[in-house]
Design a protein around this ligand. Sequence first.
Ligand code: ADP
Ligand code: MG
Length: 285
Amino acid sequence: MTIHDQAREPITVDLARLPTLLTALRLPTIGRLWSQLAERSDREGWPAARYLATLLEHELAERYQRRIQRHLQEAELPAGKSFATFDFAAVPMINMSQITALAAGGSWLNKGANILAFGPSGVGKSHLAAALGHALVENGYRVLFTRTTDMVQRLQTARRDFTLESAVDKLDKFDLLILDDISYVRKDQAETSVLFELISARYERRSLLITANQPFGKWDDIFPDKAMTVAAIDRLVHHAVILEINTESYRRKTAISRASNSSSDAKITTTQLDAKKPNRHVRGD
Ligand code: ADP
Ligand code: MG
């Protein structure tokens, strides 16, 4: 019997089984909408094909939204750090249209190009990275945001368990891996060649976004030896957009303006805020 014959065959339809069928076929949106849309379709005399197509379009649209929600969760992006809350006026050296183009994804992600964001603490590197990650997930890409030290730890554990290769392979599912604060990785604290292995594995295939508050010249502290540092930087910069945010700390600026706006806190001065600086490093921001 051909499919055409099957379509002509009279089959008994048990409407009561509809919810079960839709669950079995994993069509929750149709399960929710079919009845009210059926009423509307009857009322307005829709052709059956229009009814069916409308239901399927709804299912597809919601499926896409559900996938994005899943990908937002897996991305582990810091909460509230999106473009909606990012003030581009505070970073005049950052070209907003360039960032908007990067946030659309496309060719740079397809060829595994990287973004390297440099600048002192508090200037918005992590916020910008998270905002880009957020926008990319909403545009259908998969992203993972992680502190570089956490990633290094995760890969070291994998190496100890002889599963480093598969741990690195698993990260391939992410179009973009955001490694926040690479400068906090210290070779004397741990075996950091795993980071080099990650960079090599992704080279020209999968993108990295790395934030750093130290210029390349200070990266010797990150990797086990100079040759590895040079090789890592070489791979990272080969196809890369480099963003340099050399401005005053946004955190400090807003703290100062809060202080000067509030009479009770008016005694907080720039010097006092500077004195608190070392704590920031410990917090890993
Ligand atoms: P960095 O990673 O460079 O140390 P962060 O991205 O953590 O800096 O920024 C420090 C704080 O200031 C965060 O709360 C961040 O949301 C905020 N911030 C920094 N730059 C901006 C900006 N341009 N617009 C809005 N908030 C900003
Ligand atoms: Mg940061």
